[in-house]
Write a protein that binds this ligand. Structure first.
Ligand SMILES: Nc1nc2c(ncn2[C@@H]2O[C@H](COP(=O)(O)OP(=O)(O)OP(=O)(O)O)[C@@H](O)[C@H]2O)c(=O)[nH]1
Ligand SMILES: [Mg+2]
Length: 432
């Protein structure tokens, strides 16, 4: 796969073309807690990430040691083994499974004379190739620059001497030579662009709020089937693919529940383990949408051997984003595949359901479940809304289930089941 970087570069940046040659990488991991199985699974995922970024994995090296070596990531003895492997398999670089410090990059590069990459660089590279919206592109460029800035001493050498490929993409298929000042200026510029986008987003959001429809957000580990669910329920046409990080942008569509009320269903970027804080930071603008959700649908690939680990990662990422208090419906997806029983426990969720995103019957059940959970948050309240506050009627019609409605001389008298938020907004007009 040839990656097309997508970050817009300013004129003053010095660019020169780099020939794109096949990247052959050795994956390196440190097994600090002596769990062979977990480390291998992490490396399977890293191999998948490398493949998505266009590199071929030619070997793996795992070192068991109490902790990551502060200077060389692995112990110096292990470096020799890696060197032999690089020569034997004609590798063009290595990818370490953890985020490397500038010193580790510099030291390993000197010792191995090859390109040194880490998990974050690979993910950033995939994001750079996948970002299509203006927001997505800005967020990726911001994450890349922040990452480079924090590692300028280490990576600088790696980038100038050792050619293109993973970690150097983004500014077209060209290589970027930057200095600290340029990066800082550009970061400030991008931040202000993001601020603009944020304002636009909140405008869209307030328009949606005016309509008063509940917002349901799909969250979950990458490749769990979030976009497939959105596409099957609507004509969203979001890219769904058996690849990590198929989706980067947030898409929201209107869905009608079996009872006739409407919700907004939102699909967004998936989570992954060891997701660096640079990325979470950069994608906060996109992920901020989750904060405004009434319910989260936590989609799980039930056929994945690592499903429990994935669930943990999702919950901890939600916590980082300040969304851990939201009601969650756990959606065990891909039940048509070979699935191990019993399914994992989820004590945090409000409710759960097993589905196959490609089967219309089970999607209907999912919609019923959403309806049921939305209803369970509601209590009945009677309000008299003056005719001058017509917009509040939209809130009642969108967010609430109407029990009775009557037009009186003083306004509309409505009794309805409402959630806490709607109750708060309508408190002023409450009648006994
Ligand atoms: N067999 C089966 N495959 C599914 C099901 N749901 C999704 N898939 C497949 O799983 C792959 C990933 O689906 P996506 O919808 O792209 O997953 P996602 O959660 O949006 O992934 P990211 O955007 O990467 O975070 C695709 O190849 C889908 O066709 C299901 O219920 N059964
Ligand atoms: Mg997706």
């Amino acid at each position: 796969m040839s990656l097309k970087g997508s970050v817009i570069m300013p004129k003053e940046t010095i660019l020169h073309e780099v020939e794109e040659k096949e990247e052959r990488v050795v994956l390196v991991a440190v097994d600090a807690d002596n769990s062979d199985d977990d480390t291998e699974k992490c490396l399977d995922e890293l191999e998948e990430l490398a493949k998505t970024a266009g590199a071929i994995t030619v070997g793996r090296v795992v070192q068991k040691r109490e902790r990551i070596h502060p200077g060389f990531y692995v112990g110096t003895g292990k470096l020799e083994e890696i060197k032999t492997m690089i020569n034997a398999f004609d590798a063009t670089g290595i990818i370490c499974d953890d985020e490397l410090s500038p010193a580790q990059i510099r030291n390993m590069e000197e010792a191995l004379q090859t390109k040194i990459m880490d998990r974050t660089m690979v993910i950033l590279d995939i994001f750079a190739a996948r970002a299509t919206s203006r927001e997505g592109k800005i967020q990726v460029e911001l994450a890349q620059l922040k990452y480079r800035l924090s590692r300028l001493t280490g990576i600088g050498a790696s980038m100038s001497r050792l050619g293109g490929g993973i970690g150097t993409r983004g500014p077209g298929e060209k290589k970027l030579e930057t200095d600290r000042r340029y990066i800082k200026e550009r970061i400030a510029e991008l931040k202000s662009d993001l601020e603009e986008i944020r304002t636009h987003r909140s405008l869209l959001r307030s328009r949606r709020e005016q309509k008063g429809m509940p917002v349901v957000s799909l969250v979950g580990y990458t490749n769990a089937g979030k976009s497939t669910i959105l596409n099957s329920l609507t004509d969203a046409g979001v890219l769904e693919e058996d690849k990590l990080f198929a989706t980067l942008d947030t898409t929201t569509r209107n869905v009608t529940l079996p009872g006739g009320s409407n919700i907004y269903l939102t699909d967004t970027v998936g989570f992954i383990q060891k997701l660096s804080h640079h990325l979470v930071e950069a994608f906060k603008a996109t992920l901020e949408e989750l904060k405004f959700a009434d319910i989260l649908l936590h989609v799980i690939d039930s056929s994945d051997q690592n499903r429990e680990k994935h669930m943990e990662v999702v919950y901890s990422t939600l916590k980082d984003l300040g969304c851990s208090e939201k009601p969650v419906i756990t959606v065990f997806n891909k039940m048509d595949k070979e699935v191990e029983f019993p399914l994992p426990e989820d004590r945090i969720c409000t409710d759960k359901i097993s589905i196959c995103a490609k089967d219309s019957e089970s999607l209907e059940k999912l919609l019923l479940k959403i309806e049921e959970v939305l209803k369970s948050f509601r209590k009945s309240m009677k309000v008299l809304i003056p005719y001058s506050e017509g917009h509040l009627l939209a809130v009642v019609h969108g967010k609430c289930e109407i029990i009775s409605e009557e037009h009186t001389a003083d306004g509309t008298l409505i009794e309805a089941y409402m959630n806490d938020e709607a109750m708060g907004r309508l408190e002023k007009y409450k009648v006994e």
